[in-house]
Design a protein around this ligand. Structure first.
Ligand code: RP5
Length: 167
């Protein structure tokens, strides 16, 4: 990041480097929409102190949303949400043992009082979390415009290729 570039508005965090393949679409989508963001590995059980620091500093650092991906006993999004008022968007990573159903249930079943917005298992969830974060930043005209353009292009693409027999 250069001295003049704005600080990140969205933090993308994940429990392990092995989650990157799943979370990459979130970073790509935010970049395409011009949303300043950062990417970090922060583990709830392997680096709990770093996770607490990240959550506790998030608001003061200007983050408006945290996209958190985790797999298995996926407590990272819930633990972050417990330690920050910044909205947490949880992405269940597709685990090997249970195909991500464990991750989904771990993230979505928060007891009342500490919400985590939960997205689909895997790369689609990561992409949608980024689109959702961009929508949350709709007060920034360039982001709102980029999101509207993306949606319009997506719609045009379907209309242009509406005969499934033709490649
Ligand atoms: C979780 O455990 C991570 O989010 C990851 O999805 C899962 C497995 O991690 P590794 O053993 O691949 O590092 O903490």
């Amino acid at each position: 990041m250069s001295a003049n570039s704005p600080g990140p508005l969205v933090g993308i965090v994940m429990g392990s480097r092995s989650d990157w393949d799943t979370m990459q679409p979130a970073a790509e989508r935010l970049a395409a929409l011009g949303v300043p963001h950062e990417v970090r590995v922060v583990s709830a059980h392997r680096t709990p102190d770093a996770m607490f620091d990240y959550a506790e500093q998030a608001q003061a650092r200007g983050l408006r949303a945290i996209i958190a991906g985790a797999g298995g006993a996926a407590h990272l999004p819930g633990m972050l949400a417990a330690k920050t008022a910044v909205p947490v968007l949880g992405v269940p990573v597709q685990s090997k043992a249970l195909n991500g159903l464990d991750s989904l249930l771990s993230i979505v079943q928060m007891p009342a009082g500490v919400p985590v917005a939960t997205f689909a298992i895997g790369r689609a969830g990561a992409a949608n979390a980024a689109l959702f974060a961009a929508a949350m930043l709709g007060d920034q005209p360039h982001i709102a415009r980029a999101l509207a353009d993306f949606r319009a292009r997506q719609t045009e693409e379907v209309a242009r290729n509406d005969d499934p027999r033709i490649d």
